[in-house]
Design a protein around this ligand. Structure first.
Ligand code: NDP
Length: 384
């Protein structure tokens, strides 16, 4: 039977991994919509290859290039924020939410509001809009499947068990490219060094988040929403080999872990086939060749991000949205050479201590908090 899929953020790293899996099972899938921000030609190439019904660029200025690249193909093209939301609301059996940043929130919510199955990679959307998004999932009967490798691992380890028996959930962290760097080296870290992750091949923003450990902090908030066992039961352990993707400990002392290669096609495949399984081209795990798996406690002095994220999750309300917006602005400034690596966490801490808007009750509220926090974070940058 053919299944239909929409991929939000098709031109990114997660988009590419998803399309690689679809390409291997072409006869089983029909592509509804593919979206990008501004990479019009790449989007058009993918839309043609996968005979998508619609291709959408969020950046309206990129629409003429998309139209030209799709001329004669019969594929509908559109541009702008509204077009993105309309594409996300089109009927599809599964929607892969893989836009980077809070920019993915509105289209992801559009798919949820249609009661769709949403495979969520876009962690910033859940961090910013956690309560609002989960309320919409419940109200519209949508299904949220976690793509993030850690959350996908936890989701698999929880299958068939109940939250009341969970003693703790441990998220593993590679520690990023700077895990053994001292404070002086961290202060001088360059964007090129930060985006060179030792284990994973990812987009620039998440690679920087991985280097600062904000990625793990955002994942802590994500886990807090997806697996409601209580923040005090959520732990983080540094595991440089990225083979154990996360684990769940039960009250009888059993710990279930999910292991696999550092390849996002594994968790993506788990979502695409759920509740079944599908083939991936990933090499089988060879534990003897790996030799050893090591674990250590995170260092929150050199990497304050996980402490700040836990603090934001405890505070709840608008604080996680402010934290996320500040981090997005700070990461963009770091990648643009405007601020140092260590300034990212300082900026985020300043923002969450200074700006406390009311708890958002709707999607529009979250978008307003996000927009205002970005303005304030940019002002803070200029003052620095
Ligand atoms: P990339 O930067 O590789 O891709 C981002 C995608 O989002 C691109 O298609 C991009 O379009 C699109 N996009 C960027 N900005 C906007 C915008 N303002 N409006 C609409 N679309 C936009 O990111 P990744 O694939 O690495 O990550 C995507 C999400 O998945 C992130 O939330 C990340 O945290 C999460 N994730 C990623 C993992 C990974 O291994 N990469 C692992 C786990 C989670 P364009 O190409 O035109 O710029």
């Amino acid at each position: 039977m053919t299944r239909t899929i929409t991929i939000l953020g098709a031109t990114g790293s997660i988009g590419a991994s998803t399309l690689d899996l679809i390409r291997r099972e072409r006869g089983k899938w029909r592509v509804v919509a593919l979206t990008a921000n501004c990479q019009a030609e790449e989007l058009a190439r993918l839309a043609r290859e996968f005979s998508a019904e619609v291709a959408v660029v969020a950046d309206e200025a990129s629409l003429p290039a998309l139209r030209e690249a799709l001329a004669g193909s019969g594929i509908t093209s559109a541009g702008g924020a509204e077009a993105l939301v309309e594409a996300a609301a089109r009927p599809a059996d599964i929607t892969l939410a893989a836009i980077v940043g809070c920019a993915g929130l509105a289209p992801t919510m559009a798919a949820i509001e249609q009661g769709r199955t949403v495979a969520l990679a876009n962690k910033e959307a859940l961090v910013s809009a956690g309560d609002v998004m989960l309320a919409a999932v419940r109200k519209h009967g949508a299904t949220l499947l976690p793509v993030d490798s850690e959350h996908n691992a936890i989701f698999q380890c929880l299958a068939g068990n109940s939250y009341e028996h969970v003693r703790s959930i441990t998220l593993t962290a590679s520690g990023g490219p700077f895990r053994d760097w001292d404070a002086e080296q961290l202060a001088a870290a360059t964007p090129a060094q930060a985006i060179k992750h030792p284990n994973w091949d990812m987009g620039a923003k998440i690679s920087v988040d991985s280097a600062t450990m904000f990625n793990k902090g955002l994942e802590l908030i994500e886990a807090h929403h997806l697996f409601p066992v209580g923040l005090e039961k959520l732990r983080i352990v540094v595991h440089p080999q990225s083979v154990v993707h996360s684990m769940v400990e039960y009250r009888d002392g059993s710990t279930l872990a999910q292991l696999g290669p550092s390849d996002m096609r594994v968790p993506i495949a788990s979502c695409l086939a759920w509740p079944e399984r599908m083939e991936t081209p990933c090499a089988p795990l060879d534990l003897a060749a790996l030799g050893e798996l090591t674990f250590r406690a995170p260092d929150e002095v050199r990497f304050p991000a996980t402490r700040l994220c836990r603090q934001a999750a405890e505070a709840g309300g608008a604080v996680p949205a402010v934290l996320n917006a500040a981090n997005e602005v700070a990461v963009a400034a770091f990648l643009g050479g405007q601020v140092s690596f260590t300034r990212i966490a300082v900026m985020v801490e300043t923002m969450i201590s200074r700006y406390e808007p009311a708890a958002p009750a709707s999607l529009d509220d979250v978008i307003a908090v996000d927009a205002e926090a970005r303005v304030l974070a940019r002002e803070l940058l200029e003052l620095a």
